[in-house]
Design a binder for this molecule. Structure first.
Ligand code: GSH
Length: 235
């Protein structure tokens, strides 16, 4: 039995959900109340989610979860066996998790005009407060984080240019190849699409997507093989 402990609004939840669906695994979802994170210390001692319980084995961090799932359920692997492919996969996965993540946080959550729409999607993971208060809360929290991280100190035009450069790089790879690493889907594709899907909530990203036809075709390809099932079994 697999339980996924999640904040449904998180790109890392989407990443784990896509891995589970790619592998054809059934699982139960437990949505975490952000005010009660401490109650889940046994599954996530760092208080970050997603985390999973696989037959009593508790794992947090989407990367560790991915490696564990490949080890326990090796029939359909997402981590290449070849050392060079695995190294390239690791670098792209880490770039998605540690760089693209802050672009989605900045553009989709800290920019108020996008955050208003994002709020509708993320409300279920937040305390029950009036919308105006929630909006203020998510914008402030994300701004505090990205200010320390650095992106929050850049002008919005610079951030949009950075994001466009990231998408140009992806599009260049995907113009030559069906997947980001080699000829098969890997954890790199799943990590990137999960961040990109959140980035797509930002109107500035939506507006530039017609420049990136190879990315659009790749999104359909990955969605087919490793779909994001937003609400699995809620308990
Ligand atoms: N490296 C972690 C990142 C997970 C992460 O940052 N999750 C965020 C939600 S998007 C979280 O739990 N934030 C709560 C907090 O930082 O207190 C992973 O890959 O799972």
């Amino acid at each position: 039995m697999i339980t996924l402990y999640q904040f449904s609004s998180s790109p890392f939840t989407e990443k784990v959900s896509r891995i589970l669906s790619f592998k054809g695994l059934d699982y139960k979802v437990e949505e975490i109340n952000r005010l009660k994170v401490k109650q889940y210390n046994d599954v996530s001692p760092f208080g970050k989610f997603p985390a999973v319980d696989i037959d009593g084995r508790k794992i947090c961090d989407s990367t560790d979860i991915a490696y564990a799932l490949d080890e326990i359920f090796p029939a359909k692997k997402l981590i290449p066996v070849d050392d060079l492919l695995k190294a390239n996969m690791h670098i792209i996965e880490d770039w998605a998790d540690e760089s693209l993540y802050f672009y989605e946080m900045t553009m989709r959550i800290s920019w108020v005009h996008n955050a208003k729409d994002t709020l509708k999607k993320v409300k279920s993971t937040l305390p029950k407060l009036p919308d105006w208060m929630l909006l203020k809360l998510i914008v402030k929290k994300s701004r505090d984080i990205i200010k320390i991280q650095g992106l929050g100190r850049k002008k919005s035009e610079q951030i949009i240019d950075d994001a466009r450069r990231h998408l140009q790089a992806l599009n260049a790879i995907l113009s030559k190849s069906d997947f980001l690493i080699g000829s098969h889907i890997s954890l790199a594709d799943i990590a990137v699409i999960s961040q990109l899907n959140c980035l797509l909530d930002a109107v500035e990203i939506q507006e530039m997507m017609d420049e990136f036809s190879a990315i659009i075709r790749w999104i359909s390809r990955v969605n087919e093989i490793a779909p994001y099932r937003k609400n699995n079994t809620h308990c």
